[in-house]
Design a protein around this ligand. Structure first.
Ligand code: ADP
Ligand code: MG
Length: 323
């Protein structure tokens, strides 16, 4: 029902950055190599995400906007061991119910693509369309029909910054994908998509900051930890440069934060925090990702093992650097 859609929408779509996150995740799930995100007015008037992924079949475009329509969960087992990013089939339905949406999509094997337009979740047009292979999702006038939600939006600059942060996280999660981010026509991020985390790190943090990072590689407790962590001399007065990923998914974890900071405990760190980009790889079912759709704080089945894997990997990286 319409009411159910609006309630679901509020859970998934809190602000423009949540739209960006969901659309980019869909593009990644579609095996895109290049993803472009454009926003205008902090994403409030326009968000456009273009990918060169698998596209959607002409007969499936409406289905993609139905609640709980997902092509990604095939069994109960899949629900427990979620490998793809999208996991509830709610994002497109939720976004479409609170905005004006245009989908343009073509599969490589089709000669013609499809364009579908929706307003407030209602389909207003469907046509065959000539377009490049891949998918473009255009989201205009976010929350135009939910004034209560509109009131909670911050200034465009803050919403735009949150959109950029969402793209940066995905860029660090997926160095194999080239990300481009444009804000009001100005390019603010371009990653090469050369599969090197180091290149993505340079693009996201800038050369000066990236040079202060050293490589982390470790394994133990049935998991691997890899990435980069800042040299003690290059730590900053904020935790804003800490990025954690589990099995390719950006997460927040008090355990991983504590493990990293503990590894710096014998450094002089008054008022300073390490930066890091750490990827933890573990058996899928060791992590509970099926938490609230927008909350990124995860629970591990094995907090202590995660702590020590991260702690020792970072400690080794700092030690190796000093020798
Ligand atoms: P979920 O990602 O959880 O499956 P969504 O509502 O985000 O749910 O998307 C619904 C469906 O639409 C997806 O399962 C997928 O089949 C299709 N889809 C969405 N975005 C894309 C895209 N960029 N490329 C190809 N297919 C897409
Ligand atoms: Mg999705």
């Amino acid at each position: 029902s319409h009411v159910a859609d609006l309630i679901a929408a509020g859970e998934v779509v809190e602000r423009p950055a949540s739209v960006v996150k969901e659309l980019v995740e869909n593009a990644i799930d579609a095996q895109a190599h290049a993803i472009t995100v454009e926003i205008q007015n902090g994403g409030m008037s326009l968000i456009r995400v273009t990918d060169d992924g698998c596209g959607i079949a002409p007969g499936e475009v409406e289905t993609a906007f139905l609640r709980h329509a997902t092509s990604k969960i095939r069994s109960e087992y899949d629900l427990e061991a979620i490998g793809t990013l999208g996991f509830r089939g709610e994002a497109l339905a939720a976004i479409a119910s609170v905005a004006r949406v245009e989908l343009l999509t073509r599969r490589l094997e089709d000669t013609l693509g499809t364009s579908l337009t929706l307003e407030g979740g209602v389909v207003t047009g469907k046509e065959e369309a000539g377009c490049p292979a891949g998918t473009t999702l255009l989201v205009r006038d976010l929350f135009y029909n939910t004034p209560a939600r509109l009131k909670f939006m911050k200034k465009d600059a803050a919403e735009g910054a949150a959109c950029l942060a969402a793209v940066q996280r995905q860029a660090l999660a997926h160095p194999e994908v080239s990300f481009k981010f444009l804000k009001d026509g100005k390019q603010e991020l371009l990653t090469p998509g050369d599969s090197q985390l180091r290149s993505a790190l340079y693009a996201v943090l800038g050369r000066d900051m990236a040079l202060g990072f050293t490589k982390v590689e470790g394994s133990g407790e049935g998991m691997t930890v890899s990435g980069f962590t800042s040299l003690p001399a290059c730590c900053r007065g904020t935790r804003g440069y800490q990025f954690f990923f589990v099995n390719g998914r950006y997460i927040k974890s008090k355990t991983m934060t504590a493990a990293v900071e503990q590894a710096y405990a014998n450094q002089r760190m008054v008022g300073k925090f390490p930066g890091c980009v750490l990827h933890l790889t573990t058996k899928l079912n060791a992590v509970d990702v099926n938490v609230h759709p927008t909350k990124q704080e995860v629970k591990f089945g094995a907090e202590r093992q995660v702590f020590s894997a991260v702690y020792y990997a970072v400690l080794a990286a700092l030690g190796a650097d000093q020798s």
